[in-house]
Design a protein around this ligand. Structure first.
Ligand code: DMJ
Length: 704
């Protein structure tokens, strides 16, 4: 019998299940990629004779900058002045309760052929990861990210090597031990005081009123300081989820003392950002600032509500409540001061002013960008502390109840389909859209359904995840759009489109040429796909929660299409327009592709008990944290007894950081007004990371 003809997006509404022809064998994906071909990173070691030049003016190396009272003291009525730490939280977890089971009680038994197929898929995911990882090592090692089309490095996250730190657990879970050990040298050496080459440990100085460009009054040190003061701002949200989360999660898997050491340091640096009147963390700040407290200003909900998991776990690990307190104080402020004032209470708007207490908070409400992980962390924090307080679960449940009334919408323009989206309410106006970022909601609802016995939420989570899946299946690239805005109903679709019914963009009719590739029912698209993980995250949860194997097949179709559309010379690129059959690269592969997208695909095809959702909770960047306050470790066996021998010098700067600093200093040494001349560059030649030879013994698991 001949295989069924391949249908196209032109003559069918994409189905909820993959077509059999789409489920190609795992062995067909990147068959030539092998772990054996992994090569050392390409980076030029920074010469030690130049090192002192970089630091001759750095009189002292400070763990934390000295603080000096500022002109304006903390207001008397500041929330932080009266806040007290709750007594229910105990770092040893003594107040924990037994939590309901999250994963399905059993997953279907596999035949031998089914197991073979699943493992072939899992191995294909691993090969794809290895491909991208090697490309990063070849062209961007130590930098934050690689641009996969041009093979150039990029540094949106302070040049601390975001991809290295975000990837740590994926390497451990894929059993790429030597690659992990390469990364721990980076972790040990990275200097958090260098922010894109600028050094905040010089101390902050106010240069306002000084005319640097024409003055000539400044000495060299002032020039360097000026260069630093304008650029040494740390973005707290991304630093928290990518770097701190990466270090804490990888420590939980490995028990590796190197990671804990650096995680604690980084948490203390970020801790300064919480020193505001409200206790909400500032979105960006200069960690060298000599100020008693900072003004938070206008913030987004996700930025101020998404560090509870990382900091709470760090408190559990170290036995030091300091970390938990920072996050808890911020959450208490949100709950006590802002939630009661919200026009859609207990939902909070995407943005608000964190310095004043307005009478009423209104604006745009949603579960997507700028809000997402705040809601996600409420239910996950409940799980992490083992239900020791009902604070998080109450806020979570009330938020989901309100969201179901106000921002969850049935999608009515697709007859026969039971689709659901979490859209937005914008000053009361309903927007029926689906951001890809919002697709994490399926996973969150499923988790909450199990932990809090909220069965209807699982149903909603399944519908939402199915909608996210279908959106990808409905484009010619097979990848989902970044944002889809739907027609509110068929009637408005006909009116709004101003076209004859015969050409209207709905499933019953042929699709007009200018709408080719756009999913039926969509009124407007942001048609990029950035390699984001949220759909596969929810697909993974639905598989683990229900044991319904169809989720594995859906995930496999997604993976095959993503690899097909995005494979570039330097990794897996973002795509400019998913509605085109032949895709154009966006030249960007964010570190979350390594941290999240690959991890969720890999886990989808692993044994269901491997990183069980009853043993781990995932941060918003997919960093797994141990539940039940269990001791870290178990996923790393050092490859040899000398594994600590060539770590180099702690916080001395990675080669990439030092080259960049050297370049920056050379630029500032050139006298104003023009900073001409070619700076020395870190050319890339074959070599491993520089060693240094300081080794230290490992510590017990509860080190503070
Ligand atoms: C990740 O960095 C995190 O999941 C974050 O919370 C928002 N989404 C991106 C990936 O899309």
């Amino acid at each position: 019998m001949s295989p069924p003809a391949k249908p196209t997006w032109r003559d069918t509404l994409a189905p909820d299940e993959p077509y059999p022809y789409q489920l190609i064998p795992g062995d067909d994906i990147l068959p030539d990629v092998s772990e054996r071909d992994l090569q050392p990173p390409q980076v030029e070691p920074f010469p030690s004779e130049l090192y002192s030049e970089l630091y001759e003016d750095r009189k002292s190396v400070l763990d934390r900058p000295p603080l000096r009272p500022v002109q304006a003291p903390l207001p008397d009525d500041a929330f932080v002045s009266t806040w007290t730490s709750p007594s229910w939280f105990d770092t040893d977890g003594s107040n924990r309760k037994e939590m309901p089971r999250v994963q399905a009680h059993s997953h279907p038994t596999e035949s031998r052929a089914q197991r073979k197929e699943r493992l072939a898929r899992r191995d294909a995911v691993r090969r794809a990861f290895i491909y991208a990882w090697q490309k990063y090592k070849d062209s961007a090692w130590g930098h934050d990210e690689i641009k996969p089309a041009s093979k150039q490095p990029s540094n949106p996250f302070q040049n601390w090597g975001a991809t290295v730190i975000d990837s740590l657990e994926t390497l451990l879970l894929m059993n790429l031990t030597r690659e992990y050990e390469l990364c721990r040298k980076h972790v040990w050496q990275v200097d958090f005081r260098l922010v894109n080459g600028a050094d905040w440990a010089f101390g902050w100085r106010d240069l306002s009123g000084r005319d640097g460009e024409s003055g000539g009054e400044m000495d060299e040190r002032e020039w360097l300081t000026q260069g630093r003061s304008g650029t040494a701002h740390i973005g707290t949200f991304e630093t928290g989820i990518r770097y701190l989360g990466g270090l804490v999660g990888a420590y939980d898997l490995s028990g590796d003392w190197v990671l804990l050491d650096r995680a604690k340091e980084l948490a203390h640096i970020l801790g300064k950002g919480f020193d505001t009147a409200s206790g909400l963390i500032v979105p960006r700040f200069d960690a060298g600032i000599e100020s008693e407290w900072l003004r938070a200003g206008r913030v987004s909900l996700a930025e101020v509500g998404s560090m509870t998991l990382e900091l709470t776990r760090l408190s559990q690990i170290t036995g030091d409540k300091w970390y938990f307190d920072k996050a808890q104080r911020a959450l208490d402020y949100l709950e006590q001061e802002l939630v009661p004032r919200s026009s859609l209470t207990p939902l909070l708007p995407l943005f608000f002013d964190a310095t004043s207490r307005p009478d009423q908070l209104s604006g745009t409400f949603g579960f997507g960008a700028m809000a997402d992980s705040y809601y996600e962390y409420l239910i996950k924090q409940h799980q992490l502390v083992g239900g020791a307080t009902d604070q998080y679960q109450k806020l979570y449940s009330a938020s989901v109840d309100k969201a179901r009334e106000e921002i969850f919408f049935d999608i009515d323009v697709l007859p026969g389909r039971n689709y659901l989206t979490a859209g937005k309410s914008e000053h009361g106006r309903k927007i029926i859209e689906l951001e890809h970022l919002t697709c994490f909601t399926g996973a969150m609802l499923g988790l909450g359904a199990r932990l809090l016995w909220r069965a209807p939420d699982l149903e909603a989570g399944l519908r939402l995840t199915q909608t996210c899946y279908w959106l990808g299946a409905a484009t010619p690239s097979g990848c989902p759009p970044e944002i889809t805005t739907f027609y509110p109903n068929l009637k408005s679709a006909l009116v709004n489109a101003s076209v004859e019914p015969a050409t209207i963009h709905t499933p019953e009719y042929h699709i007009d040429e200018h709408l080719a590739g756009t999913p039926p029912g969509a009124m407007r698209l942001d048609s990029r796909y950035l390699g984001r993980p949220e759909t596969i995250e929810s697909v993974f949860y639905m598989w683990r929660l229900t044991g319904d194997k169809r989720w594995q097949d859906r995930g496999w179709r997604m993976f095959v299409d993503w690899i097909d559309a995005s494979t570039a010379p330097g990794g897996f690129s973002s795509i400019k327009d998913v509605t085109k059959e032949s895709t154009e690269w966006g030249d960007n592969m964010e570190s979350f592709v390594f941290a999240e997208t690959f991890k969720y695909y890999y886990l989808l095809f692993s044994d269901p008990d491997f990183i069980s959702l009853d043993d781990f909770v995932f941060t918003t960047e997919a960093h797994p944290l141990k539940l039940r306050n269990e001791a870290p470790g178990g996923f790393w066996t050092p490859s040899g007894p000398d594994v600590d021998k060539d770590l180099g010098v702690r916080a001395s700067g990675t080669d990439v950081q030092l080259w960049l600093r050297h370049e920056l200093m050379a630029r500032h040494r050139r006298p104003p007004p023009h900073h001409g001349g070619a700076p020395p560059r870190g050319a890339r030649v074959a070599s491993g990371q520089g060693g240094g030879g300081r080794g230290m013994g490992g510590g017990g698991w509860r080190a503070s």
